[in-house]
Design a protein around this ligand. Structure first.
Ligand SMILES: [Zn+2]
Length: 249
């Protein structure tokens, strides 16, 4: 990080943030503390949820439509807790997401509409996390489509010209934070925001419910992240969220 020619992404608050996730609750689990910290520091944060999580249940009686409606409401409430301004729902089908050109164009549209100064997305290269977790294929697809949309589609005038017809001019997004990466190089101290992160997670009642073990895991994960920081500055707290950071251009 000594050769960095841009502001330290771990201590800089982006002005306008677009966070793209596969499912309602992905952001809260992974980077809710950072969202709360940035919002408190004045960032305008918009979420885009590609699916509304219509497969995320063991209840044999609930319909996908009903579950989606519940999960969208839960996401809106969680976003409110964190200080997120708005949530865009693209309503793709859960669990069958593929990073095709339709999804890339839809995300390019959202990026050009929101015009963020920083994009937060999932990691398309993360397949296995440790020896206990196979990454959900939707997360990988969401990451791949997001990365492809930010570079080069949202920048290039001649890609998806139909978006120009909608009045959506190209935009360069220079700052990209990739969450859930095995190659994290940006560690954000979220010690003061763990309680609000947990409060936001509790809004996802259909997913977390009363499962305190999930919430305990989230705290342990943040502690592990803080320990992974290779050169922790003086005063860095016990809880961190991590990203692979890309500064483009
Ligand atoms: Zn997910």
């Amino acid at each position: 990080m000594t050769e960095r020619r841009y502001p330290d992404p771990s201590t800089t608050t982006p002005e306008r943030v677009l966070m793209i996730q596969a499912h309602p609750d992905d952001a809260e689990f992974s980077i809710g503390g950072t969202m709360a910290k940035w919002a408190a520091a004045g960032a305008e944060i918009i979420y885009c949820s590609i699916t509304s999580g219509d497969k995320g249940t063991k209840d044999p009686d609930i319909t996908g439509e009903k579950l989606s409606a519940i999960r969208e409401q839960e996401q809106l409430e969680a976003a409110k807790v964190l200080g997120v301004k708005d949530v865009i729902f693209l309503r793709y089908a859960d669990a069958t997401l593929v990073p095709d050109l339709t999804l890339r164009r839809d995300l390019t549209r959202v990026i050009r509409q929101v015009r963020p100064t920083a994009l937060v997305c999932m990691d398309p290269t993360m397949r296995f996390a440790g020896d206990m977790y196979i990454n959900h294929p939707d997360h990988i697809a969401a990451g791949e489509a997001s990365v492809a949309a930010v570079f080069p589609s949202c920048r290039d005038r001649r890609t998806f010209p139909e978006l120009l017809d909608e009045g959506l001019e190209p935009i360069e997004v220079n700052s990209v934070y990739v969450m859930g990466s095995a190659n994290a190089d940006c560690f954000i101290d979220v010690s003061d925001y763990m309680d609000v992160k947990i409060e936001a997670l509790r809004k996802h009642v259909s997913q977390v419910g009363g499962d305190e073990s999930d919430l305990a895991f989230v705290r342990e994960w943040a502690q592990e992240n803080a320990k992974l920081h290779p050169n922790k500055p003086e005063g860095f707290g016990d809880y961190a969220e991590s990203f692979k950071y890309m500064h483009i251009g």
